[in-house]
Design a protein around this ligand. Sequence first.
Ligand SMILES: [Ca+2]
Length: 249
Amino acid sequence: MKKLSLMLAFVLVFALVLVACSDETDTESTPATESSVAATESTEASTEASTEASTEESTEASTEASTETSVEESSEAPAVGTVNLAADKTYTHSVLFRQGAAGYDPEAPISYPDESGKSFTDGILPEDNAAFTVEEWVGFNAQDPDYEGCHWIIVDLGEKKDLAKYVFKYGTSALTAGITSPATIEIYVSDDGETWGDAIAGDVPNDDPFSVNGVYEAYGTASGRYVKFSFTSAGWAFISEVEVYGVAE
Ligand SMILES: [Ca+2]
């Protein structure tokens, strides 16, 4: 009887060891899966890093030689060039608001003007915690009687280009005083500055209550000389810069 009990006890212990081993096997397999995921992620990261590096190198190498020629080759998902094609280019824009003592006043000066006529393409941005009164901001307001349902800035790139990326820099609600990020933003491209077709990109820009400088980046391929940034607001919208990037050569 004792022998039988011992044998039963031995079988029980053996079974427990087996269960413990299988648990151990399970727990071991989990980190192995995680590490393979981590390995995949790091591979993706290094691929991105090397793509960026090679893009920069090839762009730097070809910038001087090809400044005057437009890009002719493109693929379904082209790499983006690093040169801001809108830098220092001329532009036109929709009406700027004239704030009087009781709202709009046609006799009042433009409240937040584009003093230099270059504010949107001069590469100069407000400092991180700048007030809305600094000259780097240009103020649009939907309460203007000449508001057309959207505000707009049209940049003339000087010649037709193959385009891939569009950047729009705006003031957020961190500016206070009733200023918010634009309600919507849409990008259009045109050969003649008059016929625009469908928007090639658009969205609701993020509002960042911790920074006055908001950035909207959009991607979409199109060929054209003129780029229109069309945006809406309920009240004030403050804009500091627009940028356009071509397809990398
Ligand atoms: Ca600027």
